[in-house]
Structures are given as C-alpha cells and as structure tokens.
Write a protein that binds this ligand. Structure first.
Ligand SMILES: C[S@@+](CC[C@H](N)C(=O)[O-])C[C@H]1O[C@@H](n2cnc3c(N)ncnc32)[C@H](O)[C@@H]1O
Length: 269
C-alpha cells in the first residue's frame, strides 16, 4: 500500500525480478513506511486493511490460542505480535530485511517479541509440509508476487488439513482506477482485465517496485487449483466516522466502492 512516484510503466515482470525489486523497495522505505503508518497499524495489532477492520473485531482466523500460525509478508510483524499476545506460536516472514529490522525495533518498544522471524520469498516457502494450523497475510506479499498461483500452492502445502488461510489484498476492481484518493480516482482509466504488471523504474531503467493484478475470478481459480476452499470474501465497508486516508484509500472512494478484499479460505480436513 505504498505511495507511488513518477517513473511508472506497465510491462511483464517475472517472479525473481518482482521479488528483487520489491525487496529493494521495502528495504529502502521500511522506516518511512512505519513512521507514516505505524500509529494506525499499532505495534501489536492485526489490521486487515485501510478501512480499519481489525482481527480483534472481525475474528476471521478463529481461535488461535496454542495454534501454529504463519504470517506471510509480515512487514514489521505488528499482526504477528498481536497473535503472540493471543497465545499462538507464531512464525513470521518477509522478503525485506529492512522490514524485519523494524520488527526487531517494535519487539523492543512493545515488550512483545516475535521469536521466529525469517527472510523469505512467498513464492518458495522455507517450511516443511503441514507445519501450520493458520496462515495469515494482511496486504503482505500476495499483491506483489508474479507467481501468486505458486504462493497459493505453497500456503496449501504448509497448512495442516483443516487449517485456515486468510489474506487481504487491494480489491481487484480498484485496478481499473487511478491510485488517487480524490475525485480523479473515480473514473476508470484502464481495463480491469489487463493483467500487465504495474512497474516502477529506477534511474537505470531497472524495476524498483512491482505490483501484480489478479481479477476476482483469477484469485478464486488460483485458490481452487491449490486445493483450498473459499468460505467467505469480506469486502470491508468504509466506516462513517473513519477519516484517515492511506494512499489511494479515502473516505470519498470508500463510500462508493470496495477498497479491500479479504479471502477466508481453508484446506479441507
Ligand atoms: C503493505 S506491506 C504489509 C505488511 C504488514 N501487514 C503491514 O500492514 O504493514 C507488504 C509487505 O509484503 C512484503 N513482500 C513483498 N513481496 C514479498 C515476497 N515476494 N515475499 C515476502 N514478502 C513480500 C514487503 O516486503 C512488505 O513488508
């Protein structure tokens, strides 16, 4: 959910290039991202989306006490820290070492440590089969990977039968609109069906940030192909009293169109 600069194009970007670009971007931006959004995220809270839906209220994961839980693309691990406080055994990973350093900083500041944090790419998980009861991701990794079908397969592999996988992403319909929180963000600018990745370039013309689009149908097909069952698709509505903008997410747009999709899935028992 970063803010976007000038040098932007749409072109193919494969799994390795996307992971490399996004690792660089989040390494460079980790501290400023936390400075800008840290108060809203909280040091130890699981926030699903800019609409302000929190797991403490939504309870999409079920009871996590004494469960083995994995957070995918954890950033500074605020969600993982909340899960630790609920009594879960938590492992968290992110592709960005800079974000994991921020996680250590918040461990110290909050007094709640996430003991197992790992640097890894969501397209190839360094965990054994059936290691986790619950996998969770709040805007972590899924919108940034080229091989999201592979990520779904990897999550299904590390989940135990009956385990739950809940993840939030930018609502796919937003792809068609400019990343503008104001009135300019209410007019369609490109095709919802165009999956060509969004790529930012550095001065050398190398990808420095990449986002990948999937339609709603693509997401459902990738889940089904991975052997997961979709139990719910939550589209959090913008609360009347909620004034805080986050990049393209704003009260103006939030009143009119969905900004986030939360997929609630499980691996059959
Ligand atoms: C918008 S942040 C979300 C993190 C956290 N849930 C939050 O709300 O701050 C996205 C995170 O996904 C991570 N990420 C991007 N691509 C990844 C990949 N291929 N594998 C693992 N993590 C990735 C980024 O480094 C970043 O920390």
């Amino acid at each position: 959910m970063p803010e976007h600069p000038s040098n932007v194009t749409h072109r193919d970007a494969g799994p390795a290039e996307s992971a490399r670009a996004n690792r660089r971007w989040w390494d460079a931006e980790a501290r400023s991202y936390q400075d800008e959004h840290g108060d809203f995220l909280g040091d130890d809270d699981l926030l699903w989306c800019p609409e302000g839906l929190r797991e403490a209220d939504a309870r999409l994961l079920g009871d996590v006490r004494d469960r083995d839980v994995l957070e995918v693309g954890c950033g500074a691990a605020q969600g993982a820290r909340w899960l630790v406080r609920q009594g879960a055994r938590v492992t968290a990973f992110d592709v960005s070492y800079g974000q994991l350093l921020e996680s250590r900083r918040l461990d110290e500041r909050s007094g709640t440590a996430v003991a197992r944090v790992v640097q890894a790419d969501a397209q190839a998980l360094p965990f054994r089969d059936a290691a986790f009861d619950v996998v969770v991701s709040a805007f972590g990794a899924v919108p940034f990977v080229a091989d999201s079908a592979g990520t779904m397969r990897e999550v299904a592999r590390v989940l135990r039968p009956g385990g739950r996988f809940v993840f939030s992403v930018t609502h796919p319909t937003r792809w068609a609109f400019p990343d503008d929180p104001g009135p300019g963000g209410l007019t369609v600018q490109q095709s919802y069906f165009d999956r060509t990745p969004y790529v930012e370039l550095d001065e050398a013309g190398e990808a420095s940030y990449v986002e990948h689009h999937r339609t709603l149908g693509d997401r459902v097909r990738e889940l089904v192909a991975a052997g997961l069952v979709l139990d719910d698709l939550v589209e959090p509505e913008w609360p009347e009293a909620h004034r805080r903008e986050w990049g393209q997410w704003s009260p103006l747009r939030g009143r009119l169109m969905p900004g986030t999709a939360v997929f609630v899935t499980r691996k059959p028992a």
